[in-house]
Design a protein around this ligand. Structure first.
Ligand code: NAI
Ligand code: 3PY
Length: 320
């Protein structure tokens, strides 16, 4: 049996499926692997199932010249924590879990859109504080989401699922910023300029992958272009946004508010951001549902099984 290392505790059903095929070791910690342990697992195991937070950089791969590991079956669709080109140079395949995460992450985007536009977190804090003085006609007025315009940054799987929810659920107009035109079953206008789109929308949502190519894609220029009532939502990766520029835009009330699931230096959230009442802060909850984490695990196991059977991986993101 090949040796598998799983870097975090996972649902029992996923672990059972893994044990059917592999001599499986499960690390009993939810913290990212240390620099030492990243190198150790590449040396000691045939296959590894990592998650976001386990930073497999080019240096890590270069430090292990002849790795025993031949597959990193990532638990999650986003793999910006793995240098997949460097992995390939070391003869290591990388796979991910697309599709399993799509609906839950799109739901989280809608959750944040509503929470930010309707000031739900602020209202919840008010009730908890005991300072609520009762309903009145001008209490905590926010923005009505129905029939507004949403601008989606990156119309991939999650972006399209958000577009569908906005169009069918809320009667919203859909705009998107994307490198290539996408076919949707309803009218969705494409922008080639992100700032041009930001000028027009009531809600701007980021759902591109993280990494060097998209780092700080949403910066001061975008927040300056947005209308003062407009909201910004991020369910992608923290580094897609210039967090300093976002804090400034929120402090100056240059935008209506923001809803964030991800942060530039997770789990660190800047004090300045936590001090603001016009931002909703979630702890990377995008896929945090029992069924979804189970499906993600099973998808990772499918890739591991394919590797063990020497058949093509269903979800390879590089080639060796
Ligand atoms: N908050 C959370 O818990 C979760 C976050 N995510 C994040 O969402 C990301 C997207 O996931 P999927 O939709 O499944 O991926 P996807 O690959 O289907 O979609 C990404 C889209 O972004 C586009 N894109 C990439 N670079 C771009 C650029 N520079 N400018 C404009 N468009 C660009 C791609 O062409 C593609 O259409 C993941 O990579 C991950 O980082 C995913 C799941 C859960
Ligand atoms: O799948 C991903 O990319 C995640 O962020 C995990 O929820």
């Amino acid at each position: 049996m090949k040796k598998l290392f799983i870097t975090r505790p996972l649902p029992e059903s996923v672990l059972s499926a893994a044990r059917e095929v592999f001599d499986t070791s499960v690390r009993q910690s939810n913290l990212p692997l240390s620099a030492h342990d990243l190198r150790w697992v590449l040396r000691e195991y045939d296959v590894v199932l990592p998650t976001l937070g386990d930073i497999f950089s080019a240096e890590v791969f270069e430090d292990v010249p002849d790795p025993r590991c031949k597959l990193l079956a990532n638990f999650g669709v986003g793999y910006n924590h793995i240098d997949v080109a460097a992995a390939a140079r070391s003869g290591i395949l990388v796979s991910n879990t697309p599709g399993a995460v799509t609906d839950a992450t799109a739901d989280t985007a809608l959750l944040l859109m509503l929470m930010s536009a309707r000031r739900a977190a602020e209202g919840e804090r008010l009730v908890r504080s005991g300072a609520w003085e009762g309903w009145h006609p001008t209490q905590m007025l926010g923005m009505h989401l129905s029939r507004k315009t949403v601008g989606i940054i990156g119309l991939g799987r999650i972006g399209q699922a958000i577009a569908q929810r906005c169009f069918y659920g809320f009667g919203m107009r859909v705009r998107y910023f994307s490198r290539t035109p996408k076919m949707m079953e309803f009218d969705a206008r494409r922008f080639e300029s992100l700032t041009e789109m930001a000028r027009e929308v009531d809600v701007l949502v980021a759902c591109v992958p993280g990494g060097p190519e998209t780092r700080h894609l949403v910066g001061a220029d975008v927040f300056h272009a947005m209308q003062p009532h407009a909201h910004f939502v991020n369910v992608s990766r923290g580094d897609v946004v210039d967090e300093t520029a976002l804090v400034a835009a929120l402090q100056d009330r240059r935008i209506g508010g923001a809803g964030l699931d991800v942060y530039e230096h997770e789990p660190k959230v800047p004090d300045a951001l936590r001090a603001l009442d016009n931002v909703t802060l979630l702890p990377h909850l995008g896929t945090a549902a029992h069924e979804v984490r189970n499906s993600m695990g099973m998808m990772a196991i499918d890739n591991l099984k394919a590797f063990a059977a020497s058949t093509p991986l269903p979800n390879a993101v590089n080639a060796v």
